[in-house]
Structures are given as C-alpha cells and as structure tokens.
Design a protein around this ligand. Structure first.
Ligand code: PLP
Length: 402
C-alpha cells in the first residue's frame, strides 16, 4: 500500500483499457540503438512489420502504419475516402463513437448518428433499416467501432457487413478496432471491411503513438476520387514508399522494433489462444462483478466486450472518488467514465499481456477498495472469478459454453 509513503511499492496495476502494460520482451526489443531511417536495417524491419501486421488484421491488402495515436488513423480513414459534405452513417455506442462523429463534422462531413443508450453495441438490423431508407445512396460510408472502449460493448462486424449487403447499399465500411485488435477475432478481408482503424497501445501491447489503416481495393479506388484535404495522412505517398520498405517521413523506429516483437509474440501464443484468453479473463471479470452485486454497464450479453468491463456503482456513489481511493490505497488504475454517465461507472481493462494472476490481483484489490470505500456490495467476487478460471482450466470447452 502507498498510504503512508511517498513511494508506491511494487508494480502499478494498470487496469485501464489501454494503454496496457508492456511485456518486458517488448520493452527490451525497443531498448536498442537508433538506426538510420533510410538505411538497409530499417528497410528490412519495415518490410517485416508491413507484412507481419497483415496477419493480425487478417488481410492480404496493404496496411498503413502511422506515427500517430488512434485519433490520427480515424482522420486518415475519413480524409482518404470521402469528400466534403458526404453523408456517413455512424452509431452512438459511447464516448469514442461520439468523438469520431465530432471529427467527421469538423472535417466537413455530414454524419447521421444512430442513437443508443450507450449500453449496447451497434445493431445490424438498425443499420440495415437506415441504409434501406437511403434510396439515393447518399450515405458514402458506414462507420462503426468494433469495441466501444467507453462502455465495454462489442459490435458484430460480420453481421453488420451482411446488413449492408442485404440493404444492397454501396457505402464503404469503416471499422475502428483500436480496443479489439489482437484481443478478439477480427477478419478485415473476410468481413468485407474497407478501412480498419487500429492502434498500438492495447492488444498489440505497445506504447501509444502508432496507428493503422488496413485497406481494401474499394477503399483504394475511393481514395482516387476523395476530395477531403490531406497531406500527412495521404495513403498515396505512404504506399509508394512502403513498396520499397521506407516511409515518406521519419518513422518511429523504436516502435517498429516493438511491433515486430509484438507480432512474433502474438503468433507464438497463437491468435486463437490470445482470443480465448481474453474471453476467459473477461468472463471471470463479469462473474466477479455479478458476485459483488454490481451492474455491468453492457446490458445485453451478446455485446459483452472481451477487453473491458464497465461497472456501474450504486446510485449516490461517485465512481471517480472510488477510482482515486483505489489508486491511493492499492496502486491500481481503472478507466474513467464519460458523458451522461460521468461519475457513475469505472472500467476494468483486461486486455493485452495479461494472465490469470494479474487479473486476480486486480479483482482482489478492487474488492478491497469497494469495502474501503463503503460501496454497497457482496463479498466473493474475486472468489467467483477464481472458481470460473479453475473450471475453465480444467475443462476449457465446458467453461466456454457455460
Ligand atoms: N477509438 C477507440 C475505440 C479508443 O478506445 C480510442 C482510445 O482509447 C480511440 C479511438 C482514440 O485513440 P487515441 O487515444 O490513441 O488517439
């Protein structure tokens, strides 16, 4: 505990839904001398990561790597494919969807924003209904977050693709996977996504500061006629330079070293094992929350997020005060709450390089912080998580079906 000391002892428990703690192996991979960004070593590294990252997005098409946070890759996806005044269909799953919508407005686009109560994912049937009404095909893109980090709701991307097709609508399909990529199944090509936006600092276990656009043929064709102003974000210059293993500007070389190692680590574990681990730890977390008698923000199980669980506090209890108390007392950080729910919930991130012991440490001190903070709850959440994780280890298929 750090209560009586100015030094926080031991490792900080970073249980926010990204940035996630870095594996030591990635830290070591980045702890290396700076190389010439126009030399042969960089060229070899760039070719390796530009190919490797395709296996994470599950695409055979180019993936652009930006030296920018996820917000930059959001902008890149819009400015490379669309023109001023274009209508885009977006779903208000929560804070991050709202920020992307606000960006679209600032860029001169015209978003149609499907509302929700922030407690579910994007519903394919509702998207289909909106597209069917758009007989003139004024909507040029459907933009959806795979995982709404602000609420812990996952949207069914393959089903949304089917809904777009069922409506016979030609809109582009743009998907944000910033808090789902490399944590849950995602198939850029198979699911017919035109631009997938990704970020480094979550499932990829890297520091913030790198982001991605995975492309499709249709997105590349759209970029030829797109009229929104772009310079740094332009795919053209990137693709030309990437072909020979370079970037149009100085890339974040240390991040590229880290990315190469992250890709290796994900494949050494096996992507399906990575996804199963996230599912298992997410289910353990939800069982802890239910055992505490607290409410999970995502109100429909079909939208449960494998990477983050938002926990509502009982009426009259301030979630921000609770987060501060937990930080001061047990050196653990949770994700904050947003918008109309500000102060009403906190988020437990369970993504990236995390295992059972790390999760249980986090859940155990969360239970202690609930007690310390006088938050009405039942004991036994950490125990419920342990029971589930033991049953999952003893019989993985039964635990998955439970
Ligand atoms: N989209 C989602 C789903 C996010 O979770 C975030 C950040 O957490 C962003 C976009 C914005 O990314 P960044 O903060 O890296 O710019």
């Amino acid at each position: 505990m750090s209560q009586n000391s100015s030094r926080a002892v031991g490792r900080h428990f970073l249980h926010i839904p990204g940035p996630t703690p870095l594996p030591d192996r990635i830290l070591r991979a980045m702890d290396t001398p700076i190389i010439d960004h126009r030399g042969p070593e960089l060229q070899k590294l760039a070719k390796r990561v530009l190919e490797g990252i395709k296996t994470i997005f599950k695409t055979s098409h180019p993936v652009i790597i930006y030296t920018a946070t996820g917000t930059g890759a959001w902008e890149a996806a819009l400015v490379n494919t669309l023109s001023p005044g274009d209508k885009v269909l977006m779903v208000e799953t929560g804070q991050f969807a709202t920020l992307w919508k606000n960006m679209a407005v600032k860029l001169g686009l015209n978003p149609e924003f499907i509302p929700t109560d922030w407690r579910i994912g994007a519903d394919p049937a509702v998207i289909e209904e909106h597209l069917r009404k758009d007989k003139a095909h004024e909507i040029k893109a459907v933009c959806v977050l795979h995982n709404e980090t602000a609420t812990g709701c996952l949207s069914p991307i393959a089903a949304i693709r089917k809904a777009i097709d069922a409506a016979g609508h030609p809109a582009l399909f743009l998907v944000d996977t910033i808090s789902s990529l490399a944590s849950t199944d995602y198939r850029h090509d198979e699911w017919g996504v035109d631009v997938t936006v990704g970020g480094a600092q979550k499932g990829l276990m890297l520091p913030p500061g790198m982001s991605f656009n995975a492309l499709s043929e249709k997105a590349l064709a759209a970029s030829k006629s797109s009229q929104l102003t772009k310079s740094f974000w332009s795919w053209d210059d990137m693709l030309n330079m990437n072909k020979i293993g370079f970037f149009p500007y100085t890339p974040a070389t240390q991040m590229l070293h880290g990315l190469a190692t992250a890709i290796d680590m994900l494949h050494e574990e096996g992507l399906d094992n990575v996804f199963a681990r996230h599912d298992r730890l997410a289910e353990a977390t939800r069982r802890a929350v239910r055992a505490w008698g607290l409410e999970i923000m995502c109100r429909d199980a079909k939208y449960y997020s494998p990477t983050v669980t938002a926990v509502m506090l009982p009426e009259g209890h301030d979630a921000d005060a609770f987060r501060n108390l937990a930080l001061d007392s047990y050196n653990i950080s949770y994700g904050a709450s947003f918008g109309r729910y500000a102060g009403k919930y906190f988020r437990i991130g369970h993504l990236g390089d995390i295992n059972e012991a790390m999760l249980l440490g986090g859940l155990s001190v969360t239970e202690m912080a609930l007690a310390l903070g006088g938050i009405p709850h039942k004991k036994g959440g950490a125990q419920a998580a342990m029971d589930y994780l033991v049953s999952a280890a003893a019989s993985p298929s039964r635990a998955a079906a439970e």
